[in-house]
Design a protein around this ligand. Structure first.
Ligand code: AP5
Length: 222
């Protein structure tokens, strides 16, 4: 079960992946998280990547592809994965096709205003990486993760001017992937405008419906 999660910065890819990975018992592989880990560990790749990430720009393909290939060697990817943040360009999608076959692409759609609101309030756990929001997905205790009790922080690239640059680059370079995956009959659009705390929010149910329809259900992956 190899699933690509597609959507603008702040669309909720990481939020939904953290729920779906438990249902389907497959890892959530976020290239953004892998890069932030490399930055934190001060690796050569991390130091180089940070220059681009701080400006909201894509890191060079050779860095991201090396990091991803290394991660895909780990045993937990045998049953599949939820790929978040890769591919981000047609070139990366072609490279991915050479590495593995993708079963489905879930594309999260939402208004730009909602994106800006969500990214502006995002807070993340320093320990387990769980994602919260200052207004619409609050931790039980302010500044503290509900799960591992570590401190919550705001990402360096969640500043207004960097967010706008990330959105611009997304529209120019990542949006063409919609046609790329539609042409391959792999793309499913999901309306992700409704806040997760709202009773009408059915994003996770929609994802599960699509994944179960193609014969990928919880029992098969356990
Ligand atoms: P990355 O970490 O992938 O950032 P991104 O794509 O900009 O996506 P985000 O993590 O910002 O958003 P998300 O969709 O996961 O939203 P989230 O769930 O957090 O990449 C960072 C950088 O790394 C890039 O800019 C680039 O430099 C580099 N990079 C990464 N991959 C690369 C690649 N392949 N090639 C080149 N460079 C690469 O949700 C956002 C907020 O909204 C949260 O606070 C959440 O609580 C809230 N929220 C989400 N959904 C809901 C909802 N339904 N209701 C209410 N609140 C919600």
């Amino acid at each position: 079960m190899k699933i690509v999660l597609l959507g603008a910065p702040g669309a909720g890819k990481g939020t939904y992946a953290s729920r779906l990975k438990k249902t389907y018992n497959i890892p959530h592989i976020s290239t953004g998280d892998l890069l932030r880990e490399a930055v934190k560990n001060n690796t050569e790749q991390g130091i180089e990547a940070k220059k681009y990430m701080d400006k909201g720009q894509f890191v060079p393909d050779e860095i991201i592809v090396d990091i991803l290939k290394e991660r895909l060697k780990q045993d937990d990817t045998q049953k599949g994965m939820l790929l978040d943040g890769f591919p981000r360009t047609i070139k990366q999608a072609e490279l991915l096709d050479e590495i593995t076959d993708i079963n489905k692409v879930l594309k999260f759609n939402l208004e730009e205003d909602t994106i800006l609101r969500r990214l502006g309030g995002r807070i993340i756990c320093k320990g387990c990486g769980e994602i919260f929001h200052k207004q619409n997905l609050k931790p039980k205790e302010e500044g503290i993760c509900d799960h591992c009790k570590n401190e919550l922080y705001q990402r360096d690239d969640d500043k207004d001017e960097t967010i706008l640059e990330r959105l611009k680059i997304y529209n120019e370079q990542t949006s063409p992937l919609v046609k790329y995956y539609s042409d391959k009959n792999l793309l499913h659009n999901i309306d992700a405008n409704t806040d997760i705390s709202h009773p009408d929010c059915n994003v996770i149910e929609e994802c599960e419906k699509i994944l179960n329809l193609i014969g990928i259900n919880n029992n098969e992956t356990n």
